[in-house]
Design a protein around this ligand. Structure first.
Ligand code: COA
Length: 303
């Protein structure tokens, strides 16, 4: 008998009660198993996966380099007990400064939220979804697909977003940030992903970097999203002088229409709850939290 038997189904049932947009729970990946006995006599379990990123990799722009990620199998109860066991386990590790403890959990699980906060975890990002029809917002902006010849302005806009997000969220400015971002953005533009540039009077004022994500059986996406084709908004940046003047709204109106035309009527993105601009903006755009990514940075801050 596997230790996960019964727990995955119980967790799926709990997710369905919490939020109709959550996909079914999946078996956790291989890693260090932790278990906890509950006062009810039941048990909670989880798998902790340790990973190391290269400072030259794209995920290093939003992640610590050494990550301990907990995959809980607790269903409706057991998060407080499991987190206590996790903390015990981490107290025997020696994480460096560029490290984190990370756990992704349904945003609407208020009782688990209380447990995460009690253990020093911070809601550093939210995976939010939008499932309604595009809202039209016509204006004077010219929105077009970005081309490889636009790299210089596109990169300047993407860098402005990184710099802002590093102050108010999980983005990490690395020595090679610009180079890493240039390579990723260049790849997406070159392979024809939906990357949009907005211009006002011929001057680039905003960039939306998007692509498609198919949630299918066995894919990473199905651990986060119901099956189907999703549009993913990786980054949105409005030049500092033009913020708050309707540029973001007008650009996203085109983006949502274009993604829907290509078969992605539903879209998702990550935002940082401490970001005072994007939180209000994405709510106005019809996005709502599905998953919260809780972190301590460094990993030793788990208490
Ligand atoms: C977040 C961002 C993309 C929003 O674009 P924007 O052009 O400034 O936003 P808009 O002027 O189009 O505002 C659209 C709506 O959000 C509201 N809004 C935007 N910023 C707001 C703020 N700081 N406070 C209150 N409301 C705000 C507007 O009132 C408007 O509401 P409406 O649709 O009812 O009229 C832009 O501010 C930005 O680039 N910020 C820095 C980078 C960043 O945070 N990117 C997102 C990372 S996830």
């Amino acid at each position: 008998m596997r230790f996960t038997d019964g727990l995955v189904d119980a967790q799926t049932a709990w997710f369905a009660r919490l939020d109709p947009m959550l996909p079914a729970a999946v078996h956790p990946p291989d890693g260090d198993v932790i278990t906890a006995a509950l006062p009810s006599g039941e048990r909670a379990a989880g798998v902790v996966v340790a990973s190391t990123l290269s400072p030259e990799s794209t995920p290093s722009l939003w992640s610590a380099l050494r990550v301990w990620e907990l995959h809980p199998l607790v269903g409706a109860a057991g998060m407080p007990e499991l987190l206590t066991q996790w903390q015990l386990m981490m107290s025997r590790r020696s994480p460096g400064a560029d490290s984190s403890c990370l756990v992704t959990w349904p945003s609407r699980d208020a009782r688990a939220t209380q447990a995460f906060l009690a253990h020093g975890l911070v809601p550093l990002s939210t995976l939010a979804i939008r499932t309604g029809p595009p809202v039209l917002s016509p204006g004077a902006l010219t929105v077009r697909r970005a081309r490889t010849t636009d790299m210089e302005v596109a990169l300047a806009l993407a860098t402005a977003e990184l710099e802002y997000s590093a102050q108010v969220g999980g983005t990490v400015l690395r020595a090679g940030s610009r180079r890493i971002k240039e390579a990723a953005l260049g790849r997406h533009i070159a392979q024809g992903d939906p990357v949009f540039l907005a211009e006002r009077d011929g001057i680039a004022v905003a960039l939306a970097e998007c692509w498609f994500s198919d949630s299918t059986a066995g894919s990473w996406s199905e651990t986060r999203l119901p099956h189907g084709r999703w549009g993913y908004v990786n980054s949105l940046s409005v030049t500092p002088d033009a913020r708050g003047t309707g540029v973001g709204r007008e650009l996203m109106s085109v983006v949502h229409q274009e993604l829907a035309r290509a078969g992605a009527e539903r879209t998702f993105l990550y935002f940082n709850p401490p970001n005072p601009l994007s939180t209000v903006f994405w709510a106005r755009q019809g996005y709502r939290p599905l998953w919260t990514i809780w972190e301590t940075r460094p990993a030793s801050a788990l208490r």
